[in-house]
Design a protein around this ligand. Structure first.
Ligand code: NI
Length: 179
């Protein structure tokens, strides 16, 4: 797989371009690599063997490519995974309720811990296209909702720590539901 760039590379801040469909073979093959990488990174033995940081998702700009494509590999139950590939994704609706991951967020393009709660919508509906160009719609909640917002942010050059309130990085349970 192409190397993942980190936030010292300016490309991570660029706004990615819409992708025309169907997807090219090159992009398809890259998605297969990204999928294998994300699965391995979430596997205890493989991640140790290859020294991988666990990652739930990746966006094409993290590989230095200006394309609006995201992939998420979500372990929804112990050892059970759902895969999402969305091309030109858009959040078309969101809950009023805001949540945050209690432990904060991490990113394969940020090679350090940045502490703080990242406020996110508890639920989002995402529309976009699959690799063949069929329109898809996904309703995501909780951890998966956070993952979609995190990855879609990458397409707009936004990193998770941009959304941490510098003056008040941590919230109490009374202010935001922490998951
Ligand atoms: Ni990230």
């Amino acid at each position: 797989m192409k190397d993942i760039i980190d936030d010292s590379n300016k490309l991570i801040r660029s706004i990615s371009k819409e992708v025309s469909l169907p997807l090219s073979k090159e992009d398809h093959d890259l998605l297969m690599d990204m999928h294998a990488f994300l699965v391995a990174s979430q596997d205890e033995k493989l991640s140790e063997k290859y020294d991988l940081r666990p990652g739930m998702g990746l966006a094409f700009p993290q590989l230095g490519l200006s394309k609006r494509i995201i992939i998420i590999v979500h372990e929804y139950e112990d050892g059970k995974f759902d895969n999402y590939v969305v091309i030109n994704p858009k959040i078309v609706s969101n809950s009023e309720e805001i949540i945050a991951a209690e432990a904060g967020e991490g990113c394969l393009s940020v090679n350090r811990d940045v502490e703080g709660h990242v406020p996110r919508f508890a639920r989002v509906t995402v529309e976009g296209y699959d690799e063949s160009g069929n329109k898809i719609r996904i309703r995501a909640r909780e951890e998966l909702s956070i993952a979609f917002q995190h990855e879609i942010d990458h397409l707009n050059g936004i990193l998770f720590f941009d959304r941490i309130n510098k003056k008040k990085p941590f919230y109490s349970e009374n202010e935001i539901r922490l998951i």
